[in-house]
Design a protein around this ligand. Structure first.
Ligand SMILES: [Fe+2]
Length: 206
């Protein structure tokens, strides 16, 4: 069975980008949710180490997915724009971390990660030092259009902290003009050369 989808349109400089942005009605991140294996370890990691305040804890006694009585807690850790990282921890065996589909050791950053914004390379260095003080292994990479560090939270979820760099605005302006064209080219051809000429040394252990 094939999935029908609209082909990516190549429109050269993509003069439609401004219109598409004006017409978009999907706003900023509200929250990203993940299954917690230990909510206190999760609280310590996000609130005490990363400095994201716990702004809400909701105890729930009915599972809206199964429609059955359950016992779980739902927490929100706030970012500077008001959006949150959210976590669930269940007490019942049926919905616990160990029996959840979310159980995995996420060692491959391409599989799943959540990227959060920090302001400048100084903040990247500050978080690297803070995470090292708490024995959290960190990897870093220069993406060209941004600069990032990656690490795992106590639940196995990979977190990225990323900052804009001096060339970010210029690179993203150009990327917006060529995004469809570049995607169409990559889909159609085997050996398309990189168009990210500003990328640095890549994935290195911090
Ligand atoms: Fe990322």
């Amino acid at each position: 069975m094939s999935i029908e989808r609209e082909p990516s349109r190549s429109t050269g400089a993509d003069e439609n980008l401004d219109r598409k942005r004006r017409e978009n009605r999907v706003g900023a991140l509200h929250h990203h949710a993940f299954h917690a294996r230990d909510m206190e370890a999760t609280r310590h990691f996000y609130e005490d180490i990363l400095g994201m305040p716990l702004i809400g804890t909701w105890v729930e006694r009915m599972n809206p997915v199964t429609g059955k009585p359950d016992n779980y807690v739902h927490t929100f850790f706030e970012m500077t724009d008001g959006s949150c990282l959210a976590f669930f921890q269940f007490k019942s065996d049926e919905t616990s971390y160990d029996t959840s589909l979310n159980k995995f050791e996420n060692s491959n950053p391409f599989a799943h990660h959540i990227a959060l914004t920090v302001e400048g390379k100084g903040e990247i260095e500050r978080f690297k030092k803070r995470l090292a003080e708490h024995d959290v292994p960190v990897f870093e990479t220069d993406h060209g259009y941004c600069y990032s560090i990656y690490f795992h939270d106590p639940n196995g979820m990979q977190v990225e902290l990323t900052t804009r760099v001096p060339q970010t605005a210029e690179m993203m302006k150009d990327a917006g003009k060529t995004a469809h064209q570049t995607l169409a080219l990559w889909l159609a051809e085997e050996d398309v050369a990189t168009n990210n000429t500003k990328r640095g040394a890549g994935w290195v252990k911090a």
